[in-house]
Design a protein around this ligand. Structure first.
Ligand code: ATP
Ligand code: MG
Length: 722
């Protein structure tokens, strides 16, 4: 290929990074400055110019979406496919390595990945089995304890308890959990990383092999690596190979999950010869958006300090809209997307970003109402739904019968008459004999240790699984899945249940078979059966498998999952105190700074237009909360903001604050006079202050005696004159 292509369309600094001799490098730069672009071009450069085989490159990014994107960008640049290049997320790569070296990793060949919900259930069961009270040992907290230690590279035996009884007990549960996972061939997400690290660390020949093989290691979004990830990268580097890390300390947003931005400083200390390159030109956003984002992040302390400028045009001001509640907010957002779409933009060029997954529901309703296609990333993902997890558990047992998590999930789903008591007996037997539930159950049947009814029920479960395993092992994967799901009795169970919800579950089960059919078995699954490959995919890429991936649709996701992405139109929704920054971050300055970085990430996703919205009242957990605008918006200088007022067709505020008298006497459309006393079923008595809109959209502002001012939809508020 023409090598100059690799350097065209780069600025001087970017070019310097892409064409540098093979050395350790840090690219430290703000959002949209072309860090990822440099990484992509660098990979192509290494292969084309330095003649490093794709096999000798290890490239790590943060999300599956980013990894896919990166691979296709390098392939496009080079015009050929790079199947044997190791490019993926830390979890994906660790998984690949463990599959290849399961023996060295001391794992069964058919080990299963445990997702966060499976892990929670397993922890919960263990707490019970240890006769501990969940109130004192909340499973979520134990789960955090386990994962937190794993992220620091600590096994249960290595956890320092300082003779503290609570810590000791936590450690005991961790230990019981470790044993249970090992017995059942289960590997949780944190374990993927830790086990992979240990396997390399403890196998000299394996370590040498990979150190020699990976001539160049490249890491995007380095600011969000945790300690075990960095330790793993370090194991793989020697004086003969090199690492290029790319990151932005202002975008470190996973501190709450163990990411350590200090790793940037550690890198500079561990690799003193590393060259640092700073990129300062932003190519993504208009100058209004960029200046506003810079103004916000400037309020953080202890930054590594970067300048960002753009040649781009000033662009539109940031639109700010205050919805009077979340429904109004959502309706406004959709109307803006509609406008943008009508001006010729694709729906997929519009992204709605929010702080919490739960915020998506109201937005979805508004989009559905307008029949606008949308796609949600994250949230309750397809593979995490109840019926899908049940079906997957059957498939998991076919693949790995000693998988206790799957066993527990479906041994009595659909109901077979196996009560808690029987299961308790099997659990205890399993623990005492250090067996999996599956093996314990078999042994108990053979030794006739169960009552007639329980024995019969258990035997029928074993028969179901055994028969499916035998009948389907040589089928194509999707036929196997179809047969196993049908044989499981799940369809029949939901058919009997009836109702919309059950029908949706049946459709989801059918959709699962479609997903299996569409699943392309990756090339990196040398050691796996197609079924095991699919199951791993379902755990690792839970969010990415939805039908209609190619459909043009509005993109909905949390700000966290928008990292690294860009969209012509970005709407940041729910930008209120208490939501964003979240309530939890109020007490700790460091958490507040992380929230601010999140705001910076959110704002800098926008290329042409940024809209920020919030709701003055919002229903949170079934309660109306009165919210004020987020401090992050107040940190944006007014020059960059344009407040949107749909209230323009409305009478000007006519309420006289001082006299308490309304200067107009009536307002035809509302049927209420300004200043008139009204009664609301929930909020009590109040005075009409203002009115706007008409018909279905008409709303009034009422100052209630007890709770203060509120905007209400006339159509719903059912106000009565006093
Ligand atoms: P983030 O911090 O958000 O991950 P980034 O630094 O990785 O951002 P990129 O995504 O690589 O930035 O680039 C941002 C946008 O700017 C992309 O659309 C990219 O194609 C474009 N871009 C980067 N460098 C140049 C350049 N030299 N000329 C033209 N466009 C560029
Ligand atoms: Mg990037």
């Amino acid at each position: 290929m023409d090598v100059s292509l690799l350097l065209d369309e780069l600025n001087d600094k970017q070019r310097e990074a892409v064409a540098a001799p093979n050395q350790n490098m840090l690219i430290l730069a703000g959002a949209g400055s072309g860090k990822t672009r440099v990484l992509v071009h660098r990979i192509a450069w290494l292969i084309e110019v330095e003649h490093i085989s794709p096999y000798g490159v290890l490239a790590v990014t943060f999300t599956n979406k980013a990894a896919k994107e990166m691979r296709s960008r390098v392939e496009r640049l080079m015009g050929n496919s790079l199947k044997n290049m190791w490019m993926g997320t830390f979890h994906g790569l660790a998984h690949r390595l463990l599959r290849l070296h399961y023996e060295e990793a001391k794992l069964p060949q058919n080990f299963t990945i445990l997702d966060s919900d499976d892990q929670y259930r397993l922890v919960k069961r263990l707490i019970k089995a240890l006769n501990l009270d969940e109130k004192h040992w909340p499973p979520k907290q134990v789960q955090w304890f386990i994962n937190g230690n794993k992220d620091e590279g600590l096994r249960a035996a290595q956890v320092e308890t300082f003779d503290d009884p609570t810590q000791k007990k936590m450690r005991d549960i961790y230990k019981a959990y470790e044993d249970a996972c090992q017995r059942s061939g289960l590997v949780d997400f944190a374990e993927l990383l830790l086990r992979c690290y240990e396997t390399i660390r403890d196998n000299e020949s394996l370590k040498k092999h990979y150190q020699k093989r990976f001539r160049s290691i490249l890491v995007d979004e380095f600011q969000d690596t945790n300690n075990i990830q960095y330790a793993w990268l370090k194991l793989l580097t020697t004086k003969d190979n090199n690492m290029m890390i790319v990151g932005d300390d202002d975008q470190s947003i996973y501190g709450w999950r163990g990411a350590n931005v200090e790793n940037i400083a550690h890198f500079l200390k561990d690799f003193p010869n590393a060259q640092t390159i700073r990129l300062e030109q932003n190519y993504r956003s208009t100058s209004n958006i960029l200046s506003a984002a810079n103004a916000v992040i400037n309020n953080n302390s202890g930054r590594l300090g970067k300048e960002l400028w753009t040649k781009g045009e000033e662009g539109k001001k940031i639109a700010l809209y205050a919805g009077f509640n979340e429904v109004d907010e959502a309706r406004f957002i959709v109307s803006r997307i509609k406008d943008f779409h009508e001006q010729g933009a694709a729906l997929s060029e519009c992204a709605i970003l929010y702080r919490n997954n739960a915020q998506s529901r109201v937005l979805e309703e508004a989009l559905l109402h307008q029949r606008m296609a949308y796609r949600i990333y994250g949230g309750l993902r397809f593979f995490e739904r109840q019926e899908i997890k049940d079906a997957l558990s059957y498939l998991r047992l076919i693949s790995n019968p000693v998988d206790d998590a799957a066993f527990e999930r479906v041994v009595n789903t659909p109901a077979r008459g196996l009560g808690d008591k029987t299961l308790g007996i099997i659990r205890q037997f399993a623990r005492e004999h250090e067996k999996s539930m599956w093996d314990a159950g078999q042994a108990m049947l053979n030794e006739k240790r169960l009552s007639g009814r329980a024995a019969k029920a258990l035997a029928s479960f074993f028969d179901t699984i055994d028969k499916q395993a035998k009948d389907t092992f040589d089928m194509p994967l999707h036929e196997q899945a179809d047969s196993v799901i049908k044989g499981s009795g799940l369809y029949a169970m939901y058919q009997a249940e009836k109702g919309d919800k059950a029908q949706a579950r049946i459709e989801n089960l059918q959709e699962l078979v479609t997903a299996v059919k569409q699943f392309e078995i990756p090339d990196d699954t040398e050691e796996m059966t197609p079924l095991a490959a699919f199951l791993a995919h379902a755990s690792l890429e839970a969010g990415d498998a939805q039908a209609d991936v190619d459909q043009d649709a509005v993109q909905l996701m949390t700000i966290h999952s928008a990292k690294g992405l860009e969209f012509p139109l970005v709407i940041l929704a729910g930008v209120e105190e208490g939501m964003f920054p979240s309530n939890m971050s109020n007490e700790e300055p460091s958490r507040l700074e992380e929230e601010r970085r999140l705001a910076y990430v959110g704002m800098t996703r926008a290329m042409q237009q940024l809209i920020i919205t919030y709701a003055e009242t919002r229903r949170v957990y079934g309660q109306d909360k009165y919210h004020t605008i987020s401090r992050f918006v107040r940190e944006i200088p007014g020059d960059f903001i344009e407040e949107i007022r749909l209230r323009s067709q409305v009478a000007q505020p006519v309420y006289n604050r001082f006299s308490g008298q309304a200067s107009h006497t009536s307002f035809v459309d509302s049927g209420f006079a300004l200043g008139e006393r009204v009664m609301h079923a929930k909020f009590g008595e109040g005075t009409v202050l203002n009115y706007e809109g008409s018909g279905e959209h008409g709303r009034v502002q009422v100052h209630f005696d007890d709770i203060g001012s509120k905007w209400l939809m006339l159509a719903y508020a059912k106000l009565e004159k006093c």
